[in-house]
Design a binder for this molecule. Structure first.
Ligand code: ADP
Ligand code: ZN
Ligand code: ZN
Length: 764
């Protein structure tokens, strides 16, 4: 990775005096890399960062590349070849853009080329511009009577796309050809920009709604913040660096958050600036784009995500670079689209894990990148959610940038939740997966011809140990996360710090001997439900189903139409489903999501239960929700029952502080893996040891805490044995730089891999 060293910030400065240009190339088999090339004299004053260029590359001959920097020295010992030519004088990105990517590389402890690779679609160079032929009137001279009629129409229409004109004039390609030969018309080739939204055919736009009650208060509060921020920012006496303005809009589902965003967008556009709007998934981004296009017109709105076609990507990129788009909506990767002149960034459903890329590197979080982008543009960032990320809520609360909407729009009711204590029911109806009250509720719902969702919230691999008498779960004394039962070794292990315990004979809380290892598969439960309700149509959605392409969407569509009575599934069914005929939601084992060996499991469990409960009773019928649990007093469950986010937060934040989890630290996770178990463990131990030594040497062990190595919860993936080192960093970006510089000196054995994940989603 020696190439990365070239990216000294000052090398981004485009000066004509530089001898060499850095070219980003995509080589078959090698992937994306950078190389130095000599700049020939004749293009010295033309070459710019962001241009597509043509360079020679070994036996492959001339290949396309991007100019991403300049230098005056050559790191390689070899003689550099010359750039052949500039393919397009119009650059596709700016120096500021590269600076943002450089920051991302530093934050995520990876090299810039990896970030460039994720951010800039290399296909852009291949000039995917779409052209179409247009026809224009020249003269009537020499035309026959029938041809004259065609020409008259054309004269009236002016320059028209050829295909469209042929249809309109009910004429043939042959006639047009003859007219062209006669010189009566002029046919040209024009570059056209495709806009995927054109097919929506939205001609008139709808007015924005008048905001009411809590919405209005939230909107006005946010506006006030933005105005105050502008005043401070523009005050010439203020020379300290101003942190970006980051605001959280916490509103229960259907409280009307989207309408608040729309008002803010409208204000931003009217002030002459552009808006970036992120949604967690492609499907949600598409829905959102339609809603935006209806309000603001298709002309000014564009969509960006990983699945748009290469042609569309090229066109949108060009238009962004020309500052021709006012609102860009998209999924995670849209944070890297080169939108200019940004006046507002919105991230909806900010708690969703899809904002973070887990694999491959760069393992970036669009929320973190957006924060930096907001800083670059001096613009506000608005995060919205019904179940905010704990760290986001913490920061918003402590900076006074929190706005809350506690009721649904027009006070529509939220479905009440019943908690079923399985300690009682499992004794009564022995070993029953579905308790009697839930069974009865399902029967009643089916009798009304209404639909049921059953959530099985477990991810199918961990086995935690729980007391069936009091609900207590065995946790690590160092880490406050569940210990995992290892049948092979007959031991309980902590997967953060490697603490080990024997299986206790008696429950440490109530002294009973009812400690059991828990965990049941989704298929087993599906079968169980089918046996209970043989007359009804039961289907399952989990990751097994996802293997078949389109199956997931097909099942959801059938459920929406009413073809499925009971939908059984994992967390995938908790999101976005808006079926007014669903009046019952049952959670089979509410404990399962809380008992993953992860510091974020309570947060994730709370979010999941709150979101899934929000699926019931969205139409005219009132809904009901049931949570089955062995641990009814668990705080996260109690607050999910009452849909009380604040109550959950107040408890959760105490554990975070006590154990130095985020927001009180940032976590960096190192994963060391190898086909050879022993070699992986050895390499991990060596890294941990030398990291600890250097941290000691600098005297910062109170601010960079190293845990492990320990086996990952998922001990083996694709035959690779995995070990992890967890670093709790209380030094922010400086800590990352420290770790980054340490890692750059680590030499890994050939058969061992190292992956770095900054702010990991989980530690499994
Ligand atoms: P959220 O984004 O919080 O889930 P939405 O903004 O989608 O909620 O609002 C829920 C529903 O209420 C939508 O159908 C929306 O159009 C409607 N709605 C919200 N606010 C208003 C308003 N001020 N006037 C009219 N309809 C509104
Ligand atoms: Zn007990
Ligand atoms: Zn531990």
């Amino acid at each position: 990775m020696s190439e990365n060293k070239l990216f000294d910030t000052d090398l981004f400065a485009a000066e004509t005096s530089h001898k060499y240009a850095l070219a980003l190339v995509n080589i078959k088999g090698l992937g994306v890399k950078t190389f130095s090339y000599l700049i020939p004299d004749d293009i010295k004053d033309k070459i710019k960062i962001g241009q597509a260029i043509l360079v020679p590359f070994g036996r492959q001959g001339l290949i396309n590349a991007f100019c991403v920097g300049f230098s005056n020295y050559l790191p390689e010992e070899i003689r550099a070849k010359k750039i052949n030519k500039i393919l397009d004088e119009k650059p596709l990105f700016s120096i500021e853009y590269l600076k943002l990517l450089e920051w991302v590389a530093n934050y995520y402890c990876c090299d810039l080329v990896t970030v460039l690779n994720a951010a800039i679609p290399m296909k852009l160079i291949e000039k995917a511009a779409k052209t179409e032929q247009a026809i224009e009137f020249v003269t009537f001279d020499g035309a026959t009577k029938r041809q004259t009629a065609v020409l008259e129409l054309l004269q009236k229409m002016g320059k028209t796309p050829l295909v469209a004109f042929e249809k309109l004039a009910k004429t043939t390609r042959n006639t047009i050809k003859k007219l062209d030969e006669l010189g009566c018309v002029n046919i040209t080739t024009e570059e056209i920009y495709r806009n995927p939204l054109d097919i929506l055919n939205i001609e008139t736009t709808e007015p924005l709604y008048e905001l009411e009650g809590e919405q209005k208060t939230a909107y006005e509060g946010i506006k006030k913040k933005i105005t105050e921020y502008e005043i401070i920012r523009q005050n010439p006496d203020n020379d300290s660096v101003l942190p970006p303005l980051s605001i959280l809009l916490h509103g229960v589902t259907a409280s009307g958050k989207t309408e608040v965003y729309f008002k803010l967008i409208d204000d931003c556009i009217k002030s002459g600036k552009n808006v970036l709007f992120l949604a967690p998934e492609i499907a949600l981004a598409s829905q959102l784009t339609k809603r935006l296009a209806k309000k603001f017109g298709t002309r000014d709105v564009a969509i960006w995500h990983s699945s748009i076609s290469e042609g569309e990507r090229y066109d949108v990129w060009q238009r962004l670079y020309e500052d021709d788009i006012k609102i860009l909506a998209g999924a995670r990767s849209a944070v890297f689209a080169p939108l200019k002149n940004i006046g507002l960034i919105i991230i909806d459903e900010e708690h969703e894990s899809a904002y973070k890329q887990t694999n491959p590197a760069p393992r970036y979080d669009a929320k973190v990148v957006a924060q930096k982008l907001a800083e670059f543009h001096n613009c506000p960032l608005i995060l919205g959610s019904a179940t905010p990320d704990i760290s986001v809520y913490y920061r918003a609360l402590n900076s006074g940038n929190l706005f809350e909407m506690k009721h649904r729009y027009r006070n529509a009711p939220i479905a009440p939740v019943t908690v079923i204590n399985m300690q009682e029911h499992s004794r009564a109806a022995y070993k029953s997966v579905i308790s009697k009250p839930l069974q009865t509720a399902i029967q009643e719902t089916l009798a009304q011809k209404q639909q049921v969702i059953l959530l099985i919230n477990r991810r199918g691999f961990s086995t935690f140990t729980q007391c069936k008498a009091c609900g207590h779960v065995i946790e690590c004394p160092n880490c406050a996360i569940p210990m995992i039962w290892h049948a092979k070794d007959q031991l309980l292990k902590c997967h953060y710090c490697n603490h080990i315990e024997y299986f206790p004979e008696f429950c440490p809380q109530c002294g009973s001997d009812a400690l059991r290892n828990s965990g049941t598969g989704t298929q087993k439960i599906e079968q169980y439900v089918k046996d209970l309700f043989p007359e009804n149509n039961v289907e399952r959605i989990d990751s097994d189903v996802l293997v078949r392409k389109g199956e997931h969407i097909r099942l959801l569509e059938r459920f929406q139409k009413g073809d499925i009575d009971i939908l059984v599934g994992t967390q995938m069914i908790a999101k976005g489903l808006d079926n007014p005929n669903v009046t019952l939601v049952g959670v089979i084992s509410a404990d399962a999501s809380f008992n993953l060996p992860d510091f974020r499991s309570s947060e994730r469990g709370f979010q999941l239960l709150t979101q899934v409960a929000g699926r019931a009773g969205r139409g005219e019928f009132t809904g009901r929700v049931f949570f089955q649990t062995f641990n009814p007093e668990f705080y996260a469950l109690e607050s999910a029952k009452s849909q009380n986010y604040r109550a959950f937060y107040e408890k959760e934040i105490i554990t975070r502080e006590e154990f130095d989890y985020p927001p009180y630290s940032r976590i960096v996770r190192l994963i060391v893996s190898s086909l050879n178990n022993f070699r992986a463990e050895k390499a991990a131990a060596e890294i941990a040891l030398s990291l600890c030594t250097i941290i000691e040497k600098y005297g910062i062990s109170d601010r960079l805490e190293v845990l492990g190595p320990s086996p990952c919860v998922i001990e083996r993936i694709n035959s690779y044995y995995r070990f992890q080192i967890i670093i709790k960093n209380k030094l922010d970006l400086k800590g990352h730089q420290f770790i980054s510089s340490f890692l750059s000196k680590v030499i890994m054995p050939k058969d061992v891999k190292l992956a770095v994940d900054v702010d990991p989603l989980d530690i499994l």
